[in-house]
Design a protein around this ligand. Structure first.
Ligand code: PRX
Length: 649
């Protein structure tokens, strides 16, 4: 492989952290970073043991790490209730009446929940769950809009030791079915709807549709957000507000083992079936807590805003667990960035005086396209730190973010991590790391990242290879839920004892990591992972489709767009509307984010003689309009001419 992963990006601009920022930052010099990094790698037990003492434990651990590759146990023997670090421990001091969540709904209303109020709501809802016989280790599926109750639902599960599995509100009924089947959840928490771009997303109706084909769910608790009319099934569906009336507001937090499962979050892999990434309690919480503390340099006086949805891992770690464990005030926003126009985010920053802002490159590109007048007409001077996550940020988008949003004075932390890693792994520390547009720079404490060639040798500077992590870290995934074999195969089989991230990368001469992108058949659409196999399975499930192949192509806003090549079944009439029908079908099966940007109908797909679809050729065709790559293994050469003609249409 080695040379086959190429990066053509050369970036010489270097930005030093502003002196004013460094002076106050927790880590204020590279010497301090290097010293701590060295300790974290050489003596992980003493480094992480010290950090973990800042969390609330009910029983101290006996051993920091028990590593039997590829299985890690962190803080062995320790017991905690994750929600005590996020809530209870703030109630004895000045944070008691501090805003934990300042929420803004898309229609414009505001709610503020102090730490004390949030604690109370979590306790009440934990009592609701227990009253409905949800027990420790039971799985609970959460399908909610971006309202405080989404966080309350997650924390209430954590409080009673139940395992939450949040499904992004943009996913379809069929995606809910897959996740219910895999997780075995018997309780669903949802809402009558949520607002998105002025419309009500019919969350409850989607749950109803899912439960027509999946029968195992005993309880659906429905929060009334929009007042939209929904059907409530007797004996199964309950109103959230009615259940709350029946319970008390006090709830004793039981202690759970440090390795007690906290949540399952599904993410795309290179097969059609999403992987249920399982995270556990103590180590995950520590990863969330320390990365917020050092990378976002969170302070009591900060107003922090992460624009992700709780349905993604970013929402888990950087809306719920990390910020709350740090006792920070955060903004939570329900709706779309461009509702009613592209000024919405900037009006929120101005209104609440946001100081730390964390978003995705795809959003930044959309803002650039919308025009500078939107940020320019708002006072963004409260901002002191910016972050990005989800995909490599194009240097030009980085520069725009730096100048137009950060006013040239805010450090940018480009944070590389994954659903599997639980927390940020590679990122600048804002008070010390020199940044270059487009690189996530250096590994965080305890992260032994390296780039290896196919023989397992570390690549030289500027040579492309596979990104691996050579040591266990506290917030690492523990397994793929119900599929230990897949866990070992996907993450631990490329090199013995090394975690393979599935990303290609290189290090420059200063040691900075430049992430090139996924090496497997996974696309990155608007910062979200989407397996090409998932889209293919959805297409093939349509009655008109015989076969489908899906590849990515560069997309101005989304980063990558979805291109599908489809062979229709014999005798299907192409009425001219079939493409639109297939797009909608994919939207229905997976969710709107998976809808192909282009569909090309073709009488045949390029295949090897053994029948494997040669996606490599399709990728080339999509990128360049022609195929010049090696086609010696191709079964039918005529296919190429037909495809090239189709692409010219
Ligand atoms: O390819 C990398 C890309 O997103 C993948 C992880 O996706 P997911 O599990 O959905 O988590 C997204 C939020 C953590 C990675 O394998 N990625 C994420 N952050 C970056 C990135 N690529 C480059 N630079 C980043 N900062």
């Amino acid at each position: 492989m080695g040379k086959s992963i190429e990066s053509h990006l050369h970036e010489d601009r270097v930005f030093q952290p502003p002196k004013e920022f460094s002076r106050k930052a927790r880590i204020s010099s590279m010497a301090q970073y290097r010293r701590m990094y060295k300790e974290s790698i050489a003596k992980p037990a003493s480094f992480w043991g010290r950090e973990a003492k800042e969390l609330a434990w009910q029983k101290p651990w006996k051993k920091v790490l028990d590593w039997s590759a590829p299985y890690a146990k962190w803080f062995v023997g320790g017991k905690l209730n994750v929600t005590e670090s996020c809530l209870d421990q703030h109630l004895d001091g000045p944070r008691r009446n501090k805003a934990a969540i300042i929420w803004e709904g898309e229609p414009g209303e505001t709610r503020v929940l102090t730490y004390q109020q949030l604690h109370r709501e979590v306790c009440r809802f934990a009592n609701v769950l227990e009253a409905n016989e949800v027990k420790s280790r039971d799985r609970v599926l959460i399908y909610m809009p971006m309202i405080p109750e989404a966080a309350i639902a997650m924390l209430a599960c954590a409080r009673i030791g139940a395992v939450h599995s949040v499904v992004f509100g943009g996913f379809s009924a069929e995606s809910i079915v897959d996740r219910l089947e895999d997780s075995g959840a018997t309780t669903v928490l949802t809402a009558d709807g949520g607002y998105r771009r002025g419309k009500v997303v019919p969350l409850k109706a989607n749950v109803d549709a899912a439960l027509k084909s999946h029968k195992g769910v005993k309880r659906v608790v429905v929060y009334q957000r929009t007042g939209a009319k929904v059907t409530m099934k007797r004996g199964r569906d309950l109103w959230w507000h009615e259940e709350l009336e029946k319970v008390s507001a006090s709830h004793q937090a039981r202690a759970f083992d440090s390795e007690h499962p906290l949540f399952i979050l599904y993410t795309s892999g290179s097969t059609g079936k999403p992987k249920g990434i399982l995270h556990s309690s103590g180590g995950y919480l520590l990863g969330a807590y320390t990365t917020c503390k050092y990378i976002f340099d969170m302070r009591d006086e900060d107003v922090y805003w992460c624009t992700a949805d709780v349905g993604w891992v970013t929402g888990h770690t950087y809306i719920v667990y990390g910020p709350l464990a740090n006792g920070v005030t955060q903004v939570m926003y329900e709706g779309a960035p461009n509702f009613p126009d592209f000024g919405r985010f900037w009006s929120i920053v101005e209104k609440y005086g946001v100081t730390i802002f964390y978003t995705a490159p795809t959003a930044i590109r959309a803002f650039i396209k919308a025009g500078d007048k939107f940020p320019a007409s708002h006072d963004l001077s409260s901002l002191r730190l910016l972050g990005t996550v989800g995909e490599p940020i194009n240097p030009e988008a980085w520069m725009w973010y730096h100048e137009k949003i950060g006013g040239g004075r805010c450090p940018i932390v480009d944070t590389w991590w994954q659903t599997e890693t639980g927390a940020i792994m590679i990122s600048p520390l804002p008070g010390c790391t020199p940044t270059k547009p487009g690189t996530a720079t250096l590994p965080f404490f305890g992260v032994d990242a390296a780039i290896l060639d196919e023989n397992g040798k570390e690549c030289k500077a500027d040579e492309g290879g596979k990104l691996v992590i050579r040591k266990p870290w506290p917030s690492m995934l523990r397994t793929i839920y119900g599929d230990a074999r897949r866990y070992k195969k996907v993450y631990w089989s490329d090199y013995v004892g090394r975690y393979t991230a599935g990303d290609g990368a290189r290090r420059d001469r200063d040691g900075n990591f430049w992430i090139v992108g996924r090496l497997d058949d996974v696309l990155n659409v608007s910062g979200h992972r989407l397996g090409t196999a998932e889209v293919e399975s959805a297409l093939v499930a349509h009655k008109a489709v015989a076969e489908a192949a899906v590849v990515g192509r560069p997309h101005e806003i989304k980063g990558q767009g979805v291109v599908a090549f489809v062979t229709l079944r014999e005798g299907v009439k192409t009425s001219g509307r079939i493409e639109e029908e297939l797009r909608n079908h994919v939207g229905k099966v997976i969710g709107a984010i998976a809808k192909p940007d282009e569909i090309h109908l073709t009488p045949a797909l390029p295949k090897t003689r053994s029948g494997k679809i040669m996606r490599r050729l399709l990728k080339e065709l999509v990128a360049t309009g022609k195929i010049t790559g090696n086609i010696t293994t191709l079964e039918d050469f005529g296919v190429i001419t037909k495809l090239q003609k189709e692409m010219k249409k």
